[in-house]
Design a protein around this ligand. Structure first.
Ligand code: GTP
Ligand code: MG
Length: 132
């Protein structure tokens, strides 16, 4: 059965959306395999966002993801990777459809509520980073 890594980002925690987001995952039939609240270290942020290292928004992205507690989860289920991506909505909350997590709880690109692995390979890598 497929696993994916997902993380409620600091703004999602700060704005009180943890329960509502987890409820959506459970309602979609995803099973919570691991769940932990805590900070993201500089090392974890750098590893998770290595693909964006040369982008202009990289430093802000790392500062934001390490700015406060997050909720780290491993979810499992049939097609879990794609299911979570669909529930999340578009990267920019301004473009995310109503009914998606980013569409309902996000406002701006820099604080977009939730992270989800974009492939099975990413999921395996990210689970290793956050649940070593
Ligand atoms: P994640 O689930 O967080 O990985 O989002 P994603 O897969 O939808 O997007 P992507 O991996 O391409 O980008 C990672 C994160 O970088 C996004 O969630 C955004 O917060 C941020 N980001 C991506 N592109 C931009 C951009 O053009 N400008 C800014 N400010 N942030 C960006
Ligand atoms: Mg991504």
């Amino acid at each position: 059965i497929q696993k994916t890594y997902t993380m409620i980002k600091p703004d999602g925690v700060r704005n009180g959306h943890v329960g509502a987001i987890i409820k959506r995952f459970e309602r979609a039939g995803l099973k919570i395999e691991r769940l932990e609240m805590g900070m993201v270290s500089q090392e974890q942020a750098a590893a998770n966002y290595a693909e964006h290292k040369d982008k202009p928004f990289y430093e802000g992205l790392v500062a934001y993801i390490t700015s406060g507690p997050v909720v780290k989860m491993v979810l499992s289920g049939e097609g879990a990777v794609a299911k979570v991506r669909t529930l999340m909505g578009a990267t920019n909350p301004a473009d995310a459809a109503p009914g998606t997590i980013r569409g309902d709880f996000g406002l701006i690109m820099d604080e977009n509520v939730i992270h989800g692995s974009d492939s099975e390979a990413s999921a395996e890598r990210e689970i290793g980073i956050f649940f070593a």
